[in-house]
Design a protein around this ligand. Structure first.
Ligand code: PGA
Length: 263
């Protein structure tokens, strides 16, 4: 029986041990990592060299504690969420000036966990997209359907709706600051990623919707159980411009192996 490592080796031989495109490889730490754990992680990442763009979205405390080290490594940092207003009476929120002061140049917007647990709407996500891009942040907007919507075939309509609402009134010149992460909710944290065929079909569809609606596309990341076993295969798929990685970004050796595989 042919094992997975042999297949990966063969793929690497064919593609010359690297993918012929520059990817964004983003780690979403969610509510994980204390400051000391975050520092340890980054010490172990120190030697990472990659032509790809490496991002980490840690909790705010880690973000602040690590800000002085931002420029020491080839890694960009950003928050997992932010408020679209500059300041005010919004208990528990954080604003763009606060995160920009730390040196952040990327931010995550509209993750499905924020949509599900904190009732974040497409309208709010759209406000964050406008505020983020206007302030010079590179934002990654997450979209994705749930299992019922995938199985019923509704997923195309759901994704189209999210794209239109999340990017409403975004003008051509603002597009360079935007990336989208397609994250099927049923693949997040389940250990079962979308199949290569599903990723291929869905990414092609999303790019087509963007082209039709706005006349141009954006970088399109895939997220949902990306790990060291499937990263090379998913990264090789047409229209996949990077990954948003949860669980597998929490261990420096695993995250590094993913980066190495596709670099
Ligand atoms: P996962 O999470 O890689 O653990 O599935 C992805 C995400 O939620 O961004």
């Amino acid at each position: 029986m042919i094992n997975r490592n042999d297949i990966l080796k063969a793929v690497k031989e064919i593609v010359g041990n690297h993918l012929d495109k520059k990817l964004i490889i983003a780690g979403n730490w969610k509510m994980n990592m204390t400051i000391s754990e975050g520092k340890k992680f980054l010490t172990e990442m120190e030697e990472t060299v990659s032509a790809n763009t490496i991002l980490i979205f840690p909790p705010y405390t880690v973000l602040a504690a690590l800000s002085t080290d931002f420029n020491k490594q080839n890694i960009h940092y950003g928050p997992q969420n932010f408020h679209y207003k500059k300041e005010g009476a919004y208990t528990g929120e954080i604003s763009i000036p606060m995160i920009k002061e730390l040196g952040c140049d990327y931010a995550l917007v509209g993750h499905s966990e924020r949509r599900t647990y904190y009732n974040e709407t497409d309208e709010e996500i759209n406000k964050k997209a406008h505020a983020g891009v206007k302030s010079g942040l590179n934002i990654i907007i997450c979209i994705g359907e749930n299992l019922t919507q995938r199985q019923s075939g509704e997923w195309k309509a759901i994704l189209k709706e999210q794209i239109k609402k999340d990017l409403a009134e975004i003008t051509w010149d603002m597009f360079s600051g935007i990336s989208i992460a397609y994250e099927p909710i049923w693949a997040i944290g389940t250990g079962v990623s979308a199949s290569s065929e599903e990723v291929k079909e869905t990414h092609a569809y999303i790019k087509e919707v963007l082209k039709d609606a706005f006349g141009r596309t954006v970088r399109l990341l895939y997220g949902g159980s990306v790990n060291e076993k499937n990263a090379l295969e998913i990264g090789s798929i047409e229209n996949v411009d990077g990954f948003l990685i949860g669980g597998a970004s929490l261990k420096p050796d695993v995250f590094k192996r993913i980066i190495d595989q596709v670099s």
